[in-house]
Design a protein around this ligand. Structure first.
Ligand code: KG4
Ligand code: ZN
Length: 345
């Protein structure tokens, strides 16, 4: 009879750090299910309302986990460990996932594994689907991690050995997309909408200030201010300016953000000599960024890894795969584990 030890471990992953309640199951590196419940409740507020997010997680978590286990086609008794995001994120949201993981771990008598959300975004490149033989980045690689909360260049030496060599000193790239979109009157989250409008616009039409920051760090707060003042001045002469120039504004803004992101990435490649490049995080869904990075990689002879769309924004598949690598190393959490809202690596 097959025992748990003879086969790849089955890991249930839980993600609840912000406004998506997600659960996924992997067997080894193979993704068996990946379920996400988005929280529409925040849209009318123009941003995530933490109190509402935790309540929605409470409502969603059991049905989402139930669905993930059923879609995976595994029995509840087949699950070897439960991995959960313990930070960074909104504390109330993280508490829902952590408490669920504790209850599940005690009820099933299996270990729980705490996962850093940022590590997890980076490790999506190691997920495989049944029958798929996708190349994964070779160590060491550089990860450009661009999300709504973080913008970092990370040297990844091993699955759990990572070093941040550049990061934003203020806003994240996703925040720049979202805040500028809000100024244009677009609903939250604005990033995907800017992407869609930009596809029809002229990226060279308008110029916005780019930050001058030493080294590999980023800054995006100046861009938001320069965008705001630019629009304020134009709207004074023409109240329909945004309406009449929506696509060109989106395309020019997107190009500026991409230029800022890639100029530091090029510098990081020069500094480290690493030409293995992996993109990660919510903003890696941006079609302009994906396309520009593809061209740059061909021109610069880099090996580029771009995540599937379903792995770009927050998901639990990335938590489950990170849990798998921690499980292999015996890195399990004690039952006194608590979520941490602000954490790095
Ligand atoms: O990684 P993620 O789901 O959540 C965080 O951990 O922050 O990233 C969400 C961010 C939001 O700022 C959203 O606007 C941005 O990713 N985003 C995009 C696109 N899709 C999501 N930004 C630009 N273009 C997109 N297609
Ligand atoms: Zn994220």
């Amino acid at each position: 009879m097959e025992t748990k030890q003879q086969r790849d471990p089955v890991i249930l992953g839980i993600e609840s750090s912000c406004d998506d309640t997600a659960a996924a199951v992997v067997r080894g590196r193979i993704l068996l299910s990946n379920i996400i419940a988005n929280q529409e409740v925040h849209r009318v507020y123009g941003g995530v309302v933490p109190e509402l997010a935790s309540r929605a997680h409470q409502q969603n978590i059991i049905p989402v986990v139930d669905r993930a286990i059923r879609v995976a086609g595994v029995g509840i008794g087949d699950i070897d460990a439960i991995a959960f995001t313990n930070g960074p994120g909104l504390l109330g949201s993280l508490l829902v996932g952590t408490s669920f993981a504790k209850g599940f771990s005690i009820a099933r008598d299996i270990p729980m594994i705490e996962v850093n959300h940022l590590h997890a975004h980076i490790l999506v490149h190691f997920l495989q689907r049944t029958g798929e033989h996708k190349d994964s980045p070779a160590f060491p690689f550089l990860s450009l991690l661009v999300s709504g909360g973080h913008t970092q260049i990370v040297v990844v030496r091993d699955f759990l050995e990572m070093e941040i060599i550049g990061k934003t000193i203020d806003d994240a790239a996703g925040e720049a997309f979202d805040k500028c979109a809000k100024v244009m009157g677009l609903p939250y989250p604005g990033g995907p909408l800017i992407d869609r409008l930009a596809a029809e616009g002229n990226p060279e039409r308008f110029r916005f200030n780019k930050p001058v920051i030493e080294g590999l760090d980023y800054s995006f707060s100046g861009l938001k201010t320069s965008f705001l003042y630019f629009l304020r001045d134009r709207l004074r002469d023409n109240p329909d300016f945004i309406e009449e120039n929506r696509n060109d504004l989106a395309a020019s803004l997107q190009k500026t953000i991409i230029d800022i992101l890639l100029s530091k990435l090029k510098r990081a490649v020069r500094k480290t000599g690493i030409r293995e490049i992996a993109l990660a995080g919510g903003v890696s869904a941006n079609s302009g960024l994906r396309e520009t990075l593809r061209h740059l990689s061909v021109k610069s002879d880099w090996n580029l890894y771009i995540p599937e769309f379903s792995y770009t924004t927050d998901n639990a598949a990335m938590i489950a795969i990170t849990g798998y690598y921690k499980y292999l190393r015996g890195e399990v959490a004690g039952d006194d584990v608590v979520p941490v809202a602000r954490m790095h690596f």
